[in-house]
Design a protein around this ligand. Sequence first.
Ligand code: IPM
Ligand code: MG
Length: 348
Amino acid sequence: MLVALFAGDGIGPEIMVEARRVLDALELDDLRYEEGLVGGAAYKAKGHPLPPETLDLAQRADAILFGAVGDFDCDGLERHLRPEQAILGLRKALTLFSNLRPAKVFPELADASALKPEVASAIDLLIVRELNGDVYFGEKGMRTTADGLREGYDVMSYNEAEVRRIAHSAFKAAQARRGKLCSVDKANVLETSQLWRDVVIEVSADYPDVELSHMYVDNAAMQLVRNPGQFDVIVTGNLFGDILSDQASMCVGSIGMLASASLDANGKGLYEPIHGSAPDIAGQGKANPMAMILSAAMMLRFSLGKAEAADRIEAAVAKALSQGARGADLGGSMITREIGDAVLAALA
Ligand code: IPM
Ligand code: MG
């Protein structure tokens, strides 16, 4: 099986190195790896954030392991050439519409959470974020109003088929967990959200064993810090899911700990940490590679049928944490390589 490795920008390459060391240590003989350029790195070398050869590799691969994209140098480029277009383009081109972002507290990290330990320790939730629609992919542009003012616009929309397919993903995820699904929207204000809610309710008829609730996104943001233990699976749109998943990450301790899977209808997936490229700390050894390493574990489990190897990685990360492996993001002093070493040692 072929795994595409897209390290990307900023801290992407340094955390990818650690994930690769962990994968190599597992000696999975039937996996082959091929590297590709994405993001600002690809723009600088090839003139495009998602060059055709990268897209081709993504299409050929059985799974994709992705670091991060985003580079200050590229902020002035036209939008279609910015690094972020690499990840957005891959999500769209490969129809990776279902983004699973689990957030669970490692017992060792309950004290690192921004929340009180007794509140944080109850977190075991999964955000199912829609990834192919919403304001991310609607018509957008800059125009001038009748009064001569500059105006930016981004159209938010979902059609019912898009909502239905993510709703099915979320209900199935809830069935495999504790059977609770909370759909997050802004139906009190947005038509997009009203349709979302109507369709989620229609789909719920197929899943009588799942307890469905609805919550407005502002309330959900509040509940995530007030009582996050109430959530099992949250399903939401692209924009709300982007925001809530960053919030959830700080509730469990650090954004450097959360992995994600972006899946198509057949289980092919792209796996990436939910954090970004953090260019401000790139190259300084300050990055926590654990989210990247845990993304590799998710890849083994969901796309490559290697649950046992995934279990080993996850157990090694937990063991390393319990032995005190912590970078700056968790109040420790280990550098990236040392954290990788600690995970490798725990794996052995
Ligand atoms: C994420 C990121 C991306 C997003 C960016 C890099 C385009 O924030 O995966 O959460 O907004 O989806
Ligand atoms: Mg984000």
